[in-house]
Design a protein around this ligand. Structure first.
Ligand SMILES: Nc1ncnc2c1ncn2[C@@H]1O[C@H](COP(=O)(O)OP(=O)(O)O)[C@@H](O)[C@H]1O
Ligand SMILES: [Mg+2]
Length: 265
């Protein structure tokens, strides 16, 4: 199983759009996929048409109680389930203060009951708090969606520092494996320049004793596409909502790249 946290402490960069549509694209190739929604805003759950009701078990109950992850997994498509989030999750951070090992609760739950999937994706909230730490402690890979903005690299250093710390203290297997350029405006000079800067940065990091030494920038750029922004309000992935759109094409290609990366075919 590959386990991947989709992370960036900045909001609005394309984490949820990527988590949902990459999950759906991987599932469409026949892989078994699980998506854990770790954001209290529950955007990934809603995007896939899952509305967690107050009495339904959710990731909040998994992190703060005895609920098993499997009790929260809802099938969305033949090969795809989602573990839903709800606004309660915002309180988990405070409720867990004082709990020993609070950063590794999710990891322990996954160890107790390993999900039977080929890919486990986690949609992280836009912060570097306890929920994101739980994701980083539980996975072996991180994907970072970046918007090609002139400050994109600026926020990256804080993010890399967090990954470094988690790798040193909580999870020695953790690696940053991919950068995904999202909301890409092809033909704008800024987008191309930022893409090149990011590529150079990770090229220079090759061979360093850092969790990003093997990071690569995916060649697939996720273009800005209005269909991607419309799909969530219909509770559908891009493949259900607009299968012929550029958005669907880009996420399909990204999934191929993700699969090929490991020679899984
Ligand atoms: N490639 C894209 N083209 C157009 N809109 C996009 C694209 N990717 C994301 N969006 C929209 O931008 C907003 C932020 O994206 P989202 O994935 O929710 O970011 P995050 O999870 O990082 O906060 C959402 O309204 C989403 O629908
Ligand atoms: Mg999000």
């Amino acid at each position: 199983m590959r386990s991947i946290a989709i992370m960036n402490q900045k909001g609005g960069v394309g984490k949820t759009t990527t988590a949902v549509n990459l999950s759906a694209a991987l599932a469409a190739t026949g892989k078994k996929v699980g998506l854990i929604d770790l954001d209290p805003q529950a955007h990934a759950s809603l995007h896939l048409g899952l509305d967690v009701l107050p009495d339904d078990p959710s990731i909040y109950n998994v992190l703060t109680g005895k609920t098993k992850l499997s009790e929260t997994c809802k099938p969305i498509a033949e090969k795809l389930w989602v573990a839903g989030s709800s606004l309660d999750l915002a309180a988990a951070e405070i409720e867990l203060v004082g709990v020993i090992g609070r950063e590794i609760i999710l990891r322990d739950k996954l160890r107790d009951e390993p999900p039977e999937v080929d890919y486990l994706l986690i949609d992280c909230p836009p912060s570097l708090g306890l929920l994101t730490l739980n994701a980083l402690a539980a996975v072996t890979e991180v994907f970072i969606p970046l918007q090609p903005h002139f400050l994109a690299l600026h926020g990256l250093s804080k993010l890399l520092e967090t990954i470094d710390l988690v790798a040193a203290r909580l999870n020695s297997q953790l690696q940053l494996s991919g950068i995904i350029l999202c909301m890409y405006d092809a033909n704008t000079r800024l987008a191309m320049e930022v893409g090149q800067d990011v590529e150079d940065f990770f090229q220079n990091a090759k061979g360093q004793a850092k969790p990003w030494a093997n990071a690569r920038m995916f060649q697939t750029r996720i273009r800005r596409n209005i269909r991607l922004a419309e799909a969530p309000s219909f509770g559908q992935s891009i493949f259900q909502y607009a299968p012929d759109s550029n958005g669907a094409e880009d996420y399909r290609k990204l999934a191929e790249e993700v699969i090929e990366e490991r020679g899984e075919g």
